[in-house]
Write a protein that binds this ligand. Sequence first.
Ligand SMILES: [Zn+2]
Length: 70
Amino acid sequence: MSTEESKLKFGKRIQRCYGCFVAFHLKDMYLGEDATYFCEHCKDDTMFHFDDFSAVLDLSSMPSLQPDAD
Ligand SMILES: [Zn+2]
């Protein structure tokens, strides 16, 4: 799977915000420390938007981003 394909696939995954517990698409979320995810309402300046961290990290190596077994 190419990096771009991985990004698109993971971006469509649903993740619950650690701050407000509302579910969002990963592509709209921000990565905090310890692989926590936050929505745009709960993020702070230390977090990286999906577009940013997906460009520099190997998404397939992130345990919390492993594809579902479907
Ligand atoms: Zn939130």
